[in-house]
Ligand binder design. Structure first.
Ligand code: C2E
Ligand code: MG
Ligand code: MG
Ligand code: MG
Length: 283
């Protein structure tokens, strides 16, 4: 018998669980060597200014070029990496590579519209002592300005361990690094709490955007969050924009930024350069 399932109930042994567990163990062991073997790659997805249509920034999204399984998305390894602690080293790599890439883009074209690169930070990575110092070192190593960096953290991280986390967030912001709450709306933070949070950007979760054209309720909800954010001087990035109608609705609400397949899927660095050179569609 094995412990598992909801509420820690005991379940009968099932072979498919055994396979899943073996796969996790395999991933865990292979992850250990993947950094030294240089098997991680960053893709980048544009974040678009809904007013001008220009690409304002990009989000770094890590991929694992697995020697036998091919290119793997985060779904296949991030959770295991969190459990094993490998996420700390992987996250450091993603951050350093993203800043180095951004510095290269800037060096190649100082006039480009790209203003920042956004990097996901896992809760475990953030809580590992010395995180702020490692961000500072990563900026130095890349010769990057703090304003070029947006760090994406989760709602639950801002809510838990408030004291230490908030202190670190304040230190990062004092450096000039900006902070976004990723997947905003999926957690439990109350809107009134937002006023006090040391953050700059809300990334409104895709689940809110999915239904804005079909549900009046969802439309009202997003409209209210966008208005509140504007009053609190927070920028909003709408995630998962897939349809022109969604984009138009968001623009009409005054939502400043969007990200999603409508604009581009995650892309390789040279593809991003090509996208920043294409003429923006009229809004
Ligand atoms: P996220 O940070 O919320 O990133 C957005 C995810 O949604 C990405 O999936 C992106 O490809 C996908 N996406 C973007 N636009 C659309 C759209 O219009 N429609 C749909 N259906 N999907 C869209 P991806 O790259 O598979 O990443 C999944 C998650 O993995 C990320 O969610 C993030 O939580 C995590 N992740 C990615 N890179 C890193 C990393 O370097 N460190 C950590 N800790 N987590 C990462
Ligand atoms: Mg993100
Ligand atoms: Mg997100
Ligand atoms: Mg998301």
């Amino acid at each position: 018998q094995a412990k598992g399932g909801a509420k820690g109930t005991w379940q009968r042994y099932r072979p498919e669980l055994h396979t899943a567990m073996n796969q996790r163990l395999e991933v865990r062991a292979a992850l250990h060597d993947a950094i030294d073997a240089e098997q991680f790659r960053n893709m980048y997805q544009p974040i678009v200014d809904l007013h001008t249509g220009l690409i304002a920034g990009v989000e770094a999204l890590v991929r694992w070029e697995h020697p036998t399984r091919g290119l793997l998305g985060p779904f296949h390894f991030i959770e295991v990496a969190e459990e094993s602690g490998a996420i700390v080293a992987i996250g450091d790599w993603v951050l350093r590579e993203a800043l180095a890439q951004f510095a290269r883009w800037r060096a190649d074209d100082p006039d480009m519209s790209l203003k920042y690169v956004s990097v996901n930070v896992s809760a475990r990575q953030f809580r590992t002592p010395g995180f702020v110092e490692r961000v500072r070192e990563a900026l130095d190593a890349a010769g990057a300005r703090p304003e070029w960096l947006l760090l994406e953290i989760t709602e639950s991280l801002v809510l838990r361990d408030a004291e230490q986390v908030w202190n670190d967030l304040r230190m990062l912001r004092a450096l000039g690094v900006r902070i976004a709450i990723d997947d905003f709306g999926t957690g439990y933070s109350s809107l009134s709490y937002l006023r006090q949070m040391p953050v700059d950007v809300l990334k409104l979760d895709k689940s809110f955007i999915d239904d804005i054209l079909t549900s009046d309720q969802q439309h009202t909800m997003v409209d209210s969050i966008v208005a509140l954010a504007r009053n609190l001087d927070l920028k909003v990035i709408a995630e998962g924009v897939e349809q022109t109608g969604q984009r138009a609705a968001l623009a009409a609400m005054g939502c400043p930024f969007g990200q999603g397949y409508l604009f581009s899927k995650p892309a390789w660095p040279d593809e991003i350069v090509a996208l920043t050179h294409s003429v923006p569609e009229l809004v």
